[in-house]
Design a protein around this ligand. Sequence first.
Ligand SMILES: N[C@@H](CCC(=O)N[C@@H](CS)C(=O)NCC(=O)O)C(=O)O
Length: 269
Amino acid sequence: MQFSWPIEASTAQGLLSSSSGAAAVESAPPIGRLDAFRRRREDWAMSTLEVYWGSGSQPSWRVLLALELKRIPYESHLLSFSAGEHKTPAFTAMNPRHKVPVIKHGDFVLFESVAILAYLDRCFPEVPLLGRDAQESGLIWRSISEFQSYLEPVMIDHVVRPIFFGKAEERRADLEAHLPKLHAELQLWEQALVGRSWIVGNSISAADIVMFPSLMSLLRAATRPAAQTFQLGLLPLESTYPNLAAWVARISALPSAEKTYPPHWRAGS
Ligand SMILES: N[C@@H](CCC(=O)N[C@@H](CS)C(=O)NCC(=O)O)C(=O)O
């Protein structure tokens, strides 16, 4: 599968104007070489951005969402886990941990989804995802850090993965022991969304993008047959966590979310 749009002139313009302050002044070339300098940056902006991802991988979905929201042209490489495409020598040369997502921008390779979001936000500042000012940026990073430190490990490692990978029964005691912690964390996010459309600020940000695919995985896990013998206390989300339900619906309604929905989920497998 391959996506590509013509790069928008305004995006290239954003790149040209993205450096500011002392660092930019120090790195700026003498006036006479400014055109060559601009051309180099334009070349870089035009470099092909390739994304290696997996269907249903929450970190991959984050990156695809960011690319779509920012309307960044990219070349898509959907890897098959079952075929071991993430363990080939070519792929592990890019990420020795053999995990998706990975991006390649020109000859620059980067893995780790949150690092990729930060990189994309610097390269393509239009539709800022990591804050418009210092305070917003701080709040977004704090939300990402809170989510990754407290909710994500409980949700993914102790609930979602055992259900998806056929280990729920074997790990029943562990899964059940983690449900109070899961709900305590979900309750905090439910409260954080009181009267708000987005986790931070007035528009979608990396805080929403990081959390959304994981929440979607949790909701999907809760509907799997293996989950039905557990009292997960999650569904219907509209009753258990109405603010989170509205937030999930809000993001799901975005064309970028629809376009990046995991293909094998859509196919019903
Ligand atoms: N912290 C990483 C996690 C990446 C990750 O765990 N990717 C999984 C899919 S969700 C993967 O590629 N697993 C394959 C493997 O470990 O062999 C990130 O945010 O990018």
